[in-house]
Design a protein around this ligand. Structure first.
Ligand SMILES: [Zn+2]
Ligand SMILES: [Zn+2]
Length: 398
């Protein structure tokens, strides 16, 4: 009997560490794992928690240029030797000793989750240390060295998957994964993000729909700054769901960057943990609907490391474990005590952000009508007009 979920985790993953002044602090991963453990998710029936050894160069080279891998290895041995021509030793991607191994370990974790799901060892896979979606074939970018998501997808294609859907709900455009599969009609990449006019990497426009022979295989939902739960969930449901249903993937890979949250210091959306959980729940259900539950969920961005990242990815893991945690559940005191000792401030009290005064999480479905005076609706409509006809879908109605 397959396990319910393969969760990739051990303490070695915290070695992906750009240093104390960098926003991508590895403690966010440790706090996530501790919260999962404190809630009993790692001990729930059918949950396997496994580490990984660094991926070998042949696996990395299914996506990355050999010259780039050699440059990462050189910078990893001697950070002074980092070559900015490969995006290494930069402000976003400073070199550190052991960088190659730390990055290749994340890749191996994602590939292992993909393999376990594809070979039927586990129903779902989770690697919240992964989702490093900005890494390019020949350069580091945006805190990402190796593109574990793309390497996992490439592994699936090489082992018999005919169609893979990748859905990226990080606040930043999933540019690396999109670029790598731009010309490949077997891989649908959907990125829902804050407009490149306001945010790194400055790309991801609705009219970017994929290369020749792969038109419609890239989907970009470019949303205005300031967006809150209702607009974001409306946009996700009005774009991701119909296109994935129409594409009929063999596997669904999702990236759950939680830098969409109101407290995230790097971006300008205003989401709650509750909305991020709701999106994960919907994507999980979608995997059961379209691909027999073959679902691999990854982490990604997220720079509010105490209040946001641990709760969001704990929800993702709990959903994949079929042991979802309500947003009204108190955060375990042992975890809050640990946060107090570590950070000198209390962690969040509940597993969600919304209070009874906020009312329930709610959004309008697209079928309830298109409002041309809404900047969210105009953004959604731009995406639907650009790609829905390529999938034989109606622009106005689901
Ligand atoms: Zn499931
Ligand atoms: Zn991000």
């Amino acid at each position: 009997m397959p396990s319910q979920v393969r969760v990739v985790w051990d303490a070695a993953f915290t070695k992906y560490d750009f240093g104390p002044s960098h926003p991508m602090a590895p403690v966010r991963l440790d706090l996530t794992a501790r919260l999962c453990a404190a809630l009993g998710i790692f001990d729930a029936p059918g949950v396997e928690v496994v580490g990984a050894e660094p991926a070998d160069d042949d696996l990395l080279a299914t996506v990355h240029d050999r010259d780039y891998i050699a440059a990462v290895r050189a910078a990893s041995e001697d950070p002074e030797a980092a070559d900015p021509a490969y995006g290494l030793g930069t402000e976003d991607d400073p070199a550190f000793r052991g960088m190659h191994e730390a990055s290749a370990r994340i890749v191996a974790g994602t590939v292992d989750a993909c393999r376990a799901v594809w070979e039927g060892e586990a129903e779902h896979g989770v690697n919240f240390t992964g989702g490093l979606h900005h890494a390019m074939p020949a350069s580091a970018s945006g805190f990402c060295i190796y593109n574990d998501a793309a390497i996992g997808i490439q592994w699936l294609l090489a082992h018999g998957a005919e169609r893979v859907a990748y859905v990226d709900i990080d606040v930043h455009h999933g540019d690396g994964v999109e670029r790598i599969f731009w010309d490949d009609p077997r891989v649908l990449t959907i990125s829902v993000h804050e407009t490149g006019r306001a945010l790194f990497p400055g790309t991801g426009w609705p009219t970017d729909v994929g290369g020749e022979g792969a038109e419609g295989s890239a989907v970009n939902v470019s949303l205005p700054p300031g967006l809150g739960d209702a607009g974001w969930l409306r946009a996700v449901h009005a774009t991701v769901m119909p296109v994935v249903r129409s594409f009929r993937p063999d596997v669904l890979v999702t990236q759950h960057g939680c830098d969409t949250h109101a407290e995230d210091p790097l971006a300008h959306f205003a989401m709650t943990v509750d909305a991020q959980r709701a999106a994960a729940d919907s994507l999980h259900r979608l995997s059961h609907e379209v691909c027999a539950g073959r679902w691999v969920a990854l982490g990604g961005g997220g720079y509010e490391i105490v209040d946001v990242v641990p709760r969001t990815w704990t929800h993702v893991t709990a959903i994949a474990a079929h042991a979802p945690v309500r947003c009204t559940v108190p955060v375990p005191q042992e975890w809050r005590d640990h946060v107090q000792r570590l950070c000198g401030r209390p962690g969040p009290a509940l597993m969600g952000d919304l209070t009874s005064e906020d009312g329930p999480l709610w959004w309008r479905s697209w079928d309830m009508g298109y409002d041309p005076s809404s900047d969210v609706d105009r953004a959604v409509m731009a995406t639907r007009q650009a790609v829905f006809p390529l999938h034989g879908l109606d622009v106005y109605f689901d």
